[in-house]
Design a protein around this ligand. Structure first.
Ligand code: ACM
Length: 271
């Protein structure tokens, strides 16, 4: 059994130092093997210009991953967080998820499916959907709106992911949390949705983030859920190998029963 969890909080826009110290303080109080933090959780979400993104985004590895490495090395744990990445060569910015562990920075996933005005400021991700074997579990990373695209989760599940780590800033009331439950169920995998809560109001725009972070079992059962509007760190014990059993009934195995030869994932308007 391993301890997996989420930390739902309300980042302060633009104050990376304060947000990182908040994370450090929360992590200092708990024992956890794998903790998931929200999307863009060191910078905040509601950017108003490309200059602002360029200034707050960082190379990976960089100062933020170094700061968190000090914690994961000492506590011998894994963290997945969402942060703004700046590629020093291309100068493009990405909305990324980063995996940091007992040996430090490990991997980056760049959000493939950008939501709404993220398209103004971030480049679409170019990293593959990859599974990482942490020794304690095999994990895949998705960022927020990626979960609307079932092919992304399916790719990770077919590659052996047992737990999806899902940093998020969900804003469509009641939708995202349902989708993650369905994705967990239809792939029989664990899912850790780390959502933020609170309001951001900047540049004449306002967003309300929906909280309700959750941990879902391969059966679709909710193992933990946070309230919509409050800070919460929750941890549950799970056995990741449970996600390797794809049986729905004695005669149905979710993966063995697939009919890939009948699926066409290319868009066709004529048929
Ligand atoms: C989202 O992708 N942040 C809704």
């Amino acid at each position: 059994m391993i301890k997996i969890g989420f930390y739902q909080f309300c980042p302060t826009f633009g104050d990376k130092r304060a947000n990182l110290h908040k994370i450090a303080e929360a992590m200092g109080k708990v024992e956890v093997d794998l903790l998931v933090l929200p999307e863009l959780c060191t910078t905040g979400y509601l950017f108003t210009s490309q200059d602002e993104v360029n200034e707050l985004a960082e190379p990976i590895p960089g100062p933020t991953t170094l700061f968190l490495e000090n914690i994961t090395r000492r506590k011998h744990c894994w963290v997945v967080l969402g942060m703004a990445e700046r590629d020093e060569i291309s100068k493009k910015c990405y909305n990324s998820a980063v995996l940091i562990g007992p040996d430090g920075y490990t991997a980056t996933y760049r959000k493939a499916h950008l939501f709404f005005e993220e398209k103004l400021y971030f480049a679409p991700g170019d990293t593959p959907f990859r599974v990482y074997d942490l020794g304690i579990a095999k994990i895949g990373m998705l960022v927020c709106f990626d979960h609307f695209f079932p092919e992304a989760t399916r790719t990770l599940a077919l590659a052996g992911a047992q737990i999806i780590c899902h940093p998020s800033n969900l804003v469509l009331p009641g939708k995202g949390q349902q989708i993650t439950r369905v994705r967990a169920m239809e792939n029989r995998i664990f899912w850790v949705l780390a959502n933020r809560y609170g309001v951001e109001e900047r540049g004449g725009k306002k967003l309300l983030f929906t909280g309700e972070s959750q941990i879902v079992a391969p059966s679709g059962e909710l193992l933990a859920q946070a309230p919509p509007d409050r800070e919460m760190l929750q941890i549950v014990e799970v056995s990741p190998a449970q996600a390797d059993d794809k049986k729905v009934t004695a005669m149905n195995d979710l993966f063995a029963d697939r009919r890939p030869e009948m699926y066409n994932l290319m868009r066709s308007r004529d048929s």
